[in-house]
Design a protein around this ligand. Structure first.
Ligand SMILES: [Zn+2]
Length: 200
C-alpha cells in the first residue's frame, strides 16, 4: 500500500504549528526586543509587517527572514527511507530534515542529518534536488538526494522508519513532498499525489 510522504519542512512542533499565526509578525518569533526587552511594534516595512523596536537608539527590526532547512531523499538498498518523528501521529512518514549549523555547507548538513537520525553513511556527495519554500513554517527547504548505506539506527528524534519502493511512493503536495516528487520524476517514476490529512 502506498505510503504518504509527509512534507514537514523541518524539525517542527506540530502543536506550535497549529497555534501560531504566521501572518502576524508579532507571533512568528519575537514579542519583545532581544536587545533591550521592549515590546516590539508591528510596522510595515518593504511591504511586510515587521516587529520593530520602539527605541530609536536600539533600532532592532525582526525581519522574519525564512530559515533554511535541509531535507534528504534517502536512497538505501534500492528504496526510499521515510521516517516518523516522535511528535507526529501514527502513519505519518516524511523525509529526514534538519537545521544547518553555523557556517555549515548545506550538502554536508544533509549527509550529517542522515547519519545522525538514521545511522546511515552517505556513499557519495549529496546531490541537490532544488529549493522549496515552506510558507507555513517560514522555511526554505534545500532538498538533496542522499545515497546511503549501513544499518538503520534511529536517534531519539524518530519513532520508526519504512522502506518504500520508489514505484509505490506517493508525495505530499508541499515543500519536501514536492522535492520527493521532482526527484522521482527525474528517475523516470510517475508518483501520485496523496491527499492532505485532516487537521484539527
Ligand atoms: Zn530594542
Amino acid at each position: 500500500m502506498p505510503l504518504p510522504a509527509l512534507a514537514q519542512g523541518g524539525p517542527i512542533c506540530e502543536r506550535c504549528d497549529l497555534t501560531l499565526n504566521f501572518t502576524d509578525t508579532m507571533a512568528s518569533g519575537f514579542l519583545y526586543c532581544p536587545h533591550c526587552r521592549q515590546p516590539l511594534e508591528t510596522i510595515e516595512l518593504g511591504g511586510f509587517p515587521r516587529g520593530v523596536c520602539p527605541d530609536r537608539h536600539c533600532g532592532f527590526i525582526h525581519w522574519n527572514n525564512p530559515t533554511p532547512v535541509v531535507a534528504a531523499v534517502v536512497e538505501h538498498r534500492g528504496g526510499l527511507v521515510l521516517a516518523r518523528n516522535v511528535q507526529w501521529p501514527a502513519g505519518t512518514f516524511a523525509l529526514v530534515t534538519g537545521f544547518l549549523e553555523q557556517a555549515e555547507d548545506p550538502a554536508a548538513a544533509a549527509a550529517r542529518e542522515v547519519e545522525e537520525e538514521l545511522g546511515l553513511r552517505a556513499t557519495q556527495p549529496p546531490q541537490l534536488i532544488g529549493h522549496y519554500p515552506f510558507d507555513r513554517q517560514n522555511q526554505l527547504i534545500i532538498a538533496y538526494h542522499v545515497r546511503a548505506e549501513g544499518e538503520i539506527v534511529l536517534n531519539e528524534e524518530l519513532a520508526e522508519w519504512r522502506h518504500v519502493p520508489f514505484a509505490e511512493v506517493t508525495y505530499w503536495p508541499r515543500a519536501t513532498g514536492l522535492a520527493l516528487r521532482d526527484w522521482l520524476r527525474g528517475r523516470g517514476y510517475d508518483p501520485q499525489e496523496a491527499p492532505l490529512p485532516l487537521r484539527s
